[in-house]
Design a protein. Structure first.
Length: 268
């Protein structure tokens, strides 16, 4: 059983939902990322999605795009991101880590080399935003052979036939994108999300994490009534950007946001 599967099973038994924060590795500088990760776990995070910096993050809005740019100013590479995971694992062997990014850096490293290095570092899952399952068989095979979960996105427009194709290729959980558009996009319709999750659950038993549009404790709690996990990204990344000149203040700021969400989610 992977760390991700074990995490969701433990949460389900406790009647709780996963809080899954996302930050970009190396933002605003590489040396602070592991400290941010530790602070988020202490604040109640169950799984961490760690963004791999990329020069053209096409699925992301301006907030997260700027985070990629800040990280790349310091030449944060995929190798360095894996080194951050190694450092995190020295003090935390339990919290699952999912690398979230784009295909190009993985292709440059090579699928087998990447999968081997990710597994050795302590990565648990990989979400490659621009790799559809029809083209992902080779990478998925390399990940599965090393016990890593391939994680895929589902959208509001995904057909039932395609939901089955995607969920058959995935493991660990699937990430339901609650809004049409890029990260940081507009208003969240929780009832529409609930209906879509009901449809997905008729097709797959994988846990469903819901992201996009979750900005505060209220929206996190509302989504957690229906989802197995709540993915929080833009509000955290925006906080990093606002405090980029005061990196020592960032862990407490991230923790404050997540603690409020955790409390609201657990009070249902």
């Amino acid at each position: 059983m992977s760390r991700i599967t074990a995490c969701f099973a433990e949460l389900k038994q406790a009647g709780r939902k996963a809080l899954i924060p996302y930050i970009v590795a190396g933002d605003p500088v590489p040396g602070v990322t592991v400290g941010f990760m530790q602070a988020m776990v202490a604040a109640g995070a169950d799984i961490i999605e760690l963004g791999v910096p990329f020069s053209d993050p096409m699925a992301d809005g301006p907030v997260i795009t700027k985070a990629h740019e800040r990280a790349l100013k310091h030449h944060t590479s995929l190798h360095q991101v894996l080194e951050m995971v190694v450092e995190f694992r020295r003090t935390d062997r339990k919290t699952p880590i999912v690398l979230m990014g784009y295909l190009n850096p993985v292709e440059r490293m090579g699928y087998a080399v990447f999968a081997e290095a990710a597994a050795a570092a302590g990565v648990d899952g990989v979400l490659t935003v621009d790799l559809p399952p029809e083209e992902g068989a080779d990478l998925t095979r390399e990940l599965r052979e090393r016990g890593l979960d391939p994680i895929y996105l589902l959208a509001p427009t995904t057909t039932p036939e395609r939901i089955k194709l995607i969920t058959d290729a995935a493991s660990g959980y699937v990430y339901y994108v609650s809004l049409k558009g890029v990260t940081g996009a507009a208003t969240l319709d929780v009832e529409a999300v609930a209906k879509r999750l009901d449809t997905i659950r008729t097709i797959s038993h994988l846990p469903i994490g819901v992201g996009f549009g979750i900005k505060d404790a209220e929206s996190a709690a509302a989504v957690s009534r229906h989802a197995d996990g709540v993915v929080v990204g833009s509000v955290l990344v925006a906080t990093v950007g606002q405090l980029q000149e005061q990196p020592a203040a960032i862990p407490a700021a991230l923790a404050g946001i997540l603690q409020a969400m955790r409390t609201a989610m657990d009070s249902l």
